[in-house]
Design a protein around this ligand. Structure first.
Ligand code: IMP
Length: 175
């Protein structure tokens, strides 16, 4: 059990389970993109640890870049999405893999996808560590999903509660 600010969280997904699952996703991506040079778009801040672990085990020639979007205020989604910050690469005709920490309502990723698709990439797929299927408000096709979880607030392994908890090496759920 851990306390972050005013809330209590309990262990949910262990470090070992995350590492095992991430290895599986790395293997899937390596196989699917063999002979291609994908461009990974890592959505900051939450996806930094997941992305690091994921790409470490992908032996492809690839590019990795980091973008930022708006995020949560406390534990409730605002539904508002800012513009993409940091997308300097020309993505026309590229194979894009977006790396996200979590797809909750899907509103963030849906808007991001739309903006990416406007730039005419060859393909776009999503790799997300976590997904809350019950929370989804708009259909989003996710090719690589680490774990489908119930609709509860989680922290750790990149995910934060009001800025805190990203450095935890496993995932905790609100008690
Ligand atoms: P969506 O637009 O509702 O899918 O929200 C996406 C973003 O909200 C994620 O990239 C996270 O930054 C944040 N988020 C959603 N659920 C959680 C959670 O349980 N813990 C921490 N952050 C979350």
């Amino acid at each position: 059990m851990i306390n972050i600010l005013d809330k209590t969280f309990v262990p949910f997904i262990s470090r070992q389970s995350i590492e095992n699952r991430v290895l599986e996703l790395s293997a899937m991506i390596s196989k699917d993109y063999e002979g291609r040079c994908p461009l990974f778009l890592v959505v900051l801040n939450g996806a930094f640890l997941f992305a690091g672990e994921l790409v470490k085990h992908i032996p492809l020639t690839c590019e990795i870049t980091f973008i930022r979007l708006s995020s949560y205020s406390q534990t409730e989604s605002t539904g508002k999405v800012k513009e993409i910050i940091g997308l300097d690469n020309n993505i026309e005709n590229r194979d894009i893999i977006i790396i996200e920490d979590i797809v909750d309502t899907g509103l963030t990723i849906a808007q991001l996808l739309k903006q990416i698709e406007d730039k005419k990439p060859k393909s776009v797929e999503i790799a997300t560590l976590l997904h809350k299927p019950e929370a989804l408000k708009t259909p989003v096709a996710m090719r690589y999903i680490g774990f489908e979880i119930e609709n509860k607030f989680v922290v750790g392994y990149g995910l934060d509660y009001d800025g805190i908890g990203r450095n935890l090496d496993s995932i905790y759920v609100l008690a």
